[in-house]
Design a protein around this ligand. Sequence first.
Ligand code: FMN
Length: 363
Amino acid sequence: MQPTYDIHQSYDANYAAGPRFDLPLPEPRIGKPTATFLGHRVTTPFGVPAGPLLNSDWIRLYARLGFDLLVYKTVRSAAQPCHPLPNCLYLDLDRPLTEADQGGAVAALADQATIPPHLSITNSFGMPSRPPAEWQADLAQAIDAVGEGQVVVASVVGSAATGDLVADFGRVVAMAAEVHPHAIEINLSCPNVAAGEGVLFHDPEQAGRVAWRAWSEAGSIPLVIKIGYLADPARLEAVMAACGPFIQGVAAINTIPMAVHDRTGHPALGPGRPTSGVCGEAIRDLALKQVRRLVAVRTRLGMEWSILGVGGITTPADIDTFLAAGADGAMAATGAMWNPLLAQQWWALHHEGIGEKGRKDRG
Ligand SMILES: Cc1cc2nc3c(=O)[nH]c(=O)nc-3n(C[C@H](O)[C@H](O)[C@H](O)COP(=O)(O)O)c2cc1C
């Protein structure tokens, strides 16, 4: 199946013309919202994390495809262009990453025209953003586009270039809150940007300050933090202890930063971008490990935030594995881009014969 995002085209081209999808849309599901997500009733606790859903056109399609937790790609308090092409590359990686791989090197596949059997990619966009007035109007359309039992989460990030990262997190949260999404996610963890924006989740004190500032601007809208993989369980606990009083959820994990090179050993994304985030199949084990650690941390801290498992989910069985590990919700980025039927396949597995089609088949 071709991915909905054309990795050979620019981000702006995908924003304007995407998503690419030419299969028949599934019949509407028959079923009442049975799960809860940050205080909202949802049909299923499965969706797409920040990234693949570039704007309301993308949210509308994925909502129709049965993804119920829909995160609007990270936006900023001022416009910012995207990194140049390439933004996504297939990797020569057919084994799960371990903690020892973090910060290590990995090769991009020489053949970028063929989807590899083990789907792991690197992505590097630099968190581009449309101007606030534009994304606010479009976010409102995205919220209108989803059905009963579906939620739109606005992902936001503060910009270090403003000179006051914490204040800018507050500013962009306030902008998102004006549009009343079902929840707001603050991204503390992008490996593809310079300066402090991307590594906040390593620093409990600074992460706590940002969470407090976001909470003070979000009003009654539930807040989620997006974090990356933390190898040190004590640090993970310190981050959650600092942010916990201000949030209703934690989404983990973001991509794993690695040096990505081509066959000649040169940076595959160009000289200015020696490292970038790895996602897809290869990070599933680390993501699951972090979900299990978060479950234990939540119990130890006696806190109640929800855990949204992200990382390497590419099959219906993976969704069940994450939920069985204690995640309250699960989300697929790479998996949903290369298989937009993933939510439908998972639904069919658990509801065979009770959808509209099953009813018709029974006569
Ligand atoms: C194309 C693409 C763009 C992404 N952009 C963002 C982003 O803007 N903000 C963010 O918090 N995470 C972003 N991510 C990271 C994903 O939300 C997710 O944490 C990561 O890809 C791991 O999940 P996966 O293995 O299912 O891809 C992006 C991922 C992909 C594949």
